[in-house]
Ligand binder design. Structure first.
Ligand SMILES: Nc1nc2c(ncn2[C@@H]2O[C@H](COP(=O)(O)OP(=O)(O)O)[C@@H](O)[C@H]2O)c(=O)[nH]1
Ligand SMILES: [Mg+2]
Length: 211
């Protein structure tokens, strides 16, 4: 049974959030880190989420409804959050996004887990560390996905993933190397999404730092 997925809505204010209580899995990361590309690769749907070389286009929480086993089975939302760290965006605009993300992460019962994307070519940046801090502060279950693995030598992938884990102070098993280009890590990310969405909030797998 193929995965069914559809874009449902873009939310600019929390009053517009869906009310159907489906589990939600959110994606967090810098602009251009590869959030939209991950959605398309994991769901096997080129063009479902808009990818761009021009960062900062996604200014709202974009909700995608996903049925892993067809419409007779369970569904969940993937929530593409606005990317942070785009210098060309005005401070007031950044504050607006910050508030939206902050409010969503702090008070959303349907949120089961967060996928935090980090470009594995570079060490995590200050804003990445800040986001990681928020995820811990709000006590979210999260996994780190280290993106663009195809852009570094194959022999360096494991080493770079380990460095990301060390910088963010998470267990190395909580970092998944990923490439939207060649599909590396796709199955692991999909499994994490499905398992996390399927669990009751209190049963969600605990990241190592909380065990
Ligand atoms: N080589 C490579 N390029 C990627 C990968 N993921 C994203 N990109 C490219 O990075 C740019 C930004 O990707 P996008 O998914 O729009 O990032 P977003 O802003 O986080 O949603 C686009 O040009 C993508 O094609 C990847 O795994 N490998
Ligand atoms: Mg995007």
């Amino acid at each position: 049974m193929p995965i069914i997925a559809e874009f449902v809505l873009g939310v600019a204010q929390l009053s517009q959030l869906p009310t159907d209580r489906l589990p939600e899995i959110a994606l967090a990361g810098r602009s251009n880190v590869g959030k939209s590309s991950l959605i398309n690769r994991v769901l096997g749907r080129d063009g479902l989420a808009h990818t761009s070389n021009t960062p900062g286009r996604t200014q709202q929480l974009n909700f995608y409804r996903v049925w892993p086993e067809g419409k007779a089975g369970p569904a969940f939302y993937l929530v593409d959050m606005p990317g942070y760290g785009h210098a060309e965006v005005s401070l007031s605009r950044r504050k607006e996004w910050g508030r939206l993300i902050d409010e969503y992460l702090s008070a959303r019962p349907a949120l089961r887990g967060v996928i935090h994307l980090i470009d594995m070519r570079h060490p995590p940046q200050p804003l990445d560390l800040e986001m990681s801090g928020w995820l811990r502060h709000f006590d979210h279950n999260f996994v780190v996905v280290a993106t663009k693995a195809d852009k570094i030598a194959k022999t360096k992938v494991a080493e770079q993933a380990l460095q990301v884990a060390e910088r963010l102070n998470v267990d190395s098993s909580d970092v998944l190397a990923f490439s939207a280009e060649n599909g590396l890590g796709r199955d692991a990310v999909w499994r994490w999404m499905r398992e996390t969405a399927a669990q009751a909030p209190e049963e969600a797998p605990q990241p190592r730092w909380r065990r």
